[in-house]
Write a protein that binds this ligand. Structure first.
Ligand SMILES: Cc1cc2nc3c(=O)[nH]c(=O)nc-3n(C[C@H](O)[C@H](O)[C@H](O)COP(=O)(O)OP(=O)(O)OC[C@H]3O[C@@H](n4cnc5c(N)ncnc54)[C@H](O)[C@@H]3O)c2cc1C
Ligand code: FES
Length: 277
């Protein structure tokens, strides 16, 4: 599992093209891998952004948010990952939904790419809305634009597109015309909750791609459990895509913070490691 290419696509955002023949052969849009960068490293889930059967490669894009992703960002082309498992999860349901709105926030935009491409190939007419805190974080605009009839961009600080949140253009579009067959959203949990709240009164099918904390990725440990429609689901095997109108986002947000003390301790360890380097 050699890293063949490494590209810095924005500050703290890295792309790897990895040699992974068996995963590339089977991967479908919406699926993910769980990787370990090194022996005794943490297992972390990352979306398969692209899979090339002929080149026998997969592409991942990750944001350096904590211990594992920051160390992963220090690996280079030529280095090998310790382990890679996948493709995992249920693929995103792809069919012609007619008019579709796709929303991506931050690194979620990378996770959106294979899905947008597949919806386009299925015949959907796509309006994309991308958002980020600032312009640098609104990545892959050209690639998303290629598959979209319309593209709206929002940034929190107004450095690109409209100043505001992705829900602003979403509301405006739905108030003008609500004949959309699907809204699909990937991003931070508060964003996916806000999008689901906007679409609920319009009764538009809304899929959200959940990023709950995963450990084994096989439905055994229960780490990724979420409540959807009052039923317990495991994001790794039942998802990661779920009906946004049915997800208990409040519970998910509490569960996301379970390991916050450990994450802070790891960051201190990392700062020491970087200083000693
Ligand atoms: C199905 C799925 C697909 C994902 N795809 C991508 C992607 O394509 N690109 C990307 O940048 N990120 C993706 N993530 C999130 C990514 O897994 C986390 O950012 C990463 O695990 C953080 O690890 P860390 O040690 O660097 O940070 P930490 O400091 O340990 O954690 C930072 C935050 O990352 C999340 N996190 C930590 N550990 C895990 C874990 N084992 N599983 C899930 N989330 C965790 C938590 O919300 C935590 O608060 C995905 C998550 C899931 C569940
Ligand atoms: S990650 Fe263990 S059950 Fe999903």
């Amino acid at each position: 599992m050699k890293i063949l290419e490494k590209e810095r696509i924005a500050e703290n955002l890295t792309k790897f093209v990895i040699n992974a023949e068996l995963i590339a052969e089977k991967a479908l849009p919406g699926q993910f891998i769980i990787l370990m960068g090194w022996k005794k490293g943490e297992r972390i889930p990352l979306t398969i952004v692209d899979a090339d059967k002929e080149k026998k490669t997969i592409t991942i894009i990750f944001q350096e948010v904590g211990y594992t992703t920051k160390l992963l960002g220090k690996m280079n082309a030529g280095d090998s990952l310790y382990s890679l498992v996948g493709p995992l999860g249920e693929p995103t349901p792809i069919k012609n939904y007619g008019k579709v709105i796709i929303l991506g926030g931050g690194v979620g935009i990378a996770e959106l790419l294979p899905v947008v491409r597949a919806y386009k190939e299925a015949g959907c007419v796509i309006t994309s809305i991308l958002g980020g805190r600032t312009s640098d974080l609104v990545i892959l605009q050209d690639q998303i634009k290629e598959f979209s009839e319309e593209l709206f961009i929002t940034t929190d600080d107004g450095s690109l597109g409209e100043k505001g949140l992705v829900t602003d253009p979403l509301k405006q579009l739905l108030e003008k015309n609500s004949d959309y067959g699907l809204v699909f959203c990937v991003g931070p949990v508060p964003m996916m909750r806000a999008v689901s709240n906007v679409t609920r009164p319009f009764k538009i099918k809304t899929l959200v791609c959940l990023n709950s904390i995963m450990i084994d990725g096989t439905g055994m440990c229960g780490g990724c459990r979420v409540t959807v429609g009052n039923k317990t689901k495991f994001t790794c095997v039942d998802g990661p895509d779920f009906d946004g109108h049915e997800v208990d986002f409040e519970e998910l947000m509490v569960r996301q913070k379970r390991f916050i003390t450990h994450e802070k301790q790891s960051k201190c360890k990392l700062n020491k490691y970087v200083k000693d380097e």
